[in-house]
Design a protein around this ligand. Structure first.
Ligand SMILES: Nc1ncnc2c1ncn2[C@@H]1O[C@H](COP(=O)(O)OP(=O)(O)OP(=O)(O)O)[C@@H](O)[C@H]1O
Ligand SMILES: [Mg+2]
Length: 292
C-alpha cells in the first residue's frame, strides 16, 4: 500500500481521534489496569516533565533530543502536549505526517531528530477543543501508532501538571526515566516536588532535576542576577528529595530567540556555553540510562 497523506478531517471521528486505521496489533484502551508497554523500535524513553507550566520543559526536551543526535545517537522527540504543542515551532516543522504501509504515522525530521506532535495534525493556529476522553485516545495513538523506524532514544515532552497525560504515560509506557525541570523559585519548586512525588508513586525512575533560568548575565554591564530567587533552589530540592542535580541552564535571550526561530540553541550556536550546558546534561542522562 502506498503511503498517503493524513487527513485532518478525521479528527471529527469520535472513536478514533487521530483517524488512524487500526491494525490488529495496535493496542486499544484497556479495561481495568492498563498494561505497560515499550514504545516499538525505541531503546530508551526519557520524559521531560514539571508540574509547573512555562519553566522550560519543551526548550530543554528539544535541546536534549538534539544533543543526543549530535552525539551520534538515533534520536526522536514526541510532543505529548495535545493542547499546547511546541515541537513544530521549536523544530521549524509543519505539515501532515504521511502514513506508513502498515498505517502508522511517519515522523517529521529536522536537524537529525525525528518528531511527532499534535501540532502537525491540527495546524499551527487551530485549537484542540476536546474533552478528556478524546485527548487520551489521541495520546494513545501518538504513543503507540508512530513508526519511529528504530531509535536509540525518544524524548517525551510532557505538558504541565500531574493529570491524565502524566498518568496515562506512566501507566502505559515503560519509561527509562524522567527529568524534572524547575526554576529555583519557590512557587515552581513546590510544583516540581508534586511531580517528583507522582513519579515516585508510579514507580518511574527519576533521573534528576534541571534548574532552568536561574542566572541572568546582563549583556551590557555583565552583572549577574538570580532572577527567580536563590541560585541553589533546585539543588536544595534535590538534596531534600534524594534526586540527582543534573545541571543548570542560564536565562539567556538567545535561548529564547533560537527557540522562536525554530533552530534550538544546541544546533544554532553549538559552541556557546549555553549549548554546552545542554550537551553536558544530555551526556549525563545518556550515561545514566546506559546509552553511553
Ligand atoms: N533558559 C532559558 N532562557 C531564556 N528563555 C527560556 C529559557 N528556557 C525557556 N525559555 C523561554 O521560556 C518560555 C517557556 O519555555 P517552554 O515553552 O520551553 O516552557 P514549558 O515548560 O514547556 O511550557 P508549557 O508548560 O507551556 O509546556 C519560552 O518562551 C522559552 O523560549
Ligand atoms: Mg511545553
Amino acid at each position: 500500500m502506498k503511503p498517503r497523506l493524513f487527513s485532518t478531517l478525521r479528527f471529527l471521528q469520535h472513536e478514533n481521534p487521530l483517524g488512524l486505521p487500526r491494525a490488529g496489533s495496535i493496542p486499544r484502551m484497556q479495561r481495568g489496569l492498563p498494561q505497560r508497554r515499550r514504545i516499538k523500535d525505541v531503546k530508551k524513553v526519557i520524559a521531560v516533565s514539571s508540574a509547573k507550566g512555562g519553566v522550560g520543559k519543551s526548550t530543554i526536551a528539544v535541546n536534549l533530543a538534539l544533543a543526543f543526535a549530535r552525539r551520534g545517537l538515533q534520536s526522536g522527540i514526541l510532543d505529548t502536549d495535545i493542547f499546547g504543542p511546541s515541537i513544530p515551532t521549536l523544530l521549524d516543522l509543519s505539515g501532515e505526517p504521511r502514513l506508513s504501509p502498515n498505517n502508522q504515522l511517519l515522523p517529521l525530521s529536522n536537524y537529525g531528530v525525528k518528531s511527532m506532535s499534535m501540532g502537525y495534525l491540527v495546524g499551527e493556529t487551530a485549537p484542540v477543543v476536546w474533552r478528556g476522553l478524546m485527548v487520551m485516545k489521541a495520546l494513545q495513538q501518538l504513543l503507540h501508532d508512530v513508526d519511529w523506524g528504530g531509535l536509540d532514544v525518544l524524548v517525551l515532552d510532557l505538558p504541565p501538571g500531574t493529570g491524565d497525560t502524566q498518568l496515562t504515560i506512566t501507566q502505559q509506557i515503560f519509561l527509562d526515566g524522567v527529568v524534572i525541570v524547575s526554576t529555583p523559585q519557590d512557587i515552581a519548586l513546590k510544583d516540581a516536588v508534586k511531580g517528583i512525588n507522582m513519579f515516585k508513586k508510579t514507580g518511574t525512575p527519576i533521573l534528576g532535576m534541571v534548574q532552568n533560568m536561574s542566572l541572568f548575565t546582563c549583556p551590557h554591564c555583565r552583572n549577574s542576577t538570580h532572577i527567580f530567587g536563590s541560585h541553589s533552589g533546585v539543588i536544595h530540592a534535590c538534596e531534600e528529595h534524594g534526586v540527582q542535580f543534573l545541571g543548570d541552564v542560564p536565562l539567556h535571550a538567545s535561548i529564547c530567540d533560537d527557540a522562536d526561530r525554530g533552530k534550538p540553541t544546541v544546533v544554532a550556536e553549538p559552541e556557546s556555553d549555553r549549548a554546552k550546558n545542554f550537551t553536558k546534561i544530555a551526556e549525563e542522562i545518556a550515561r545514566k540510562v546506559g546509552l553511553l
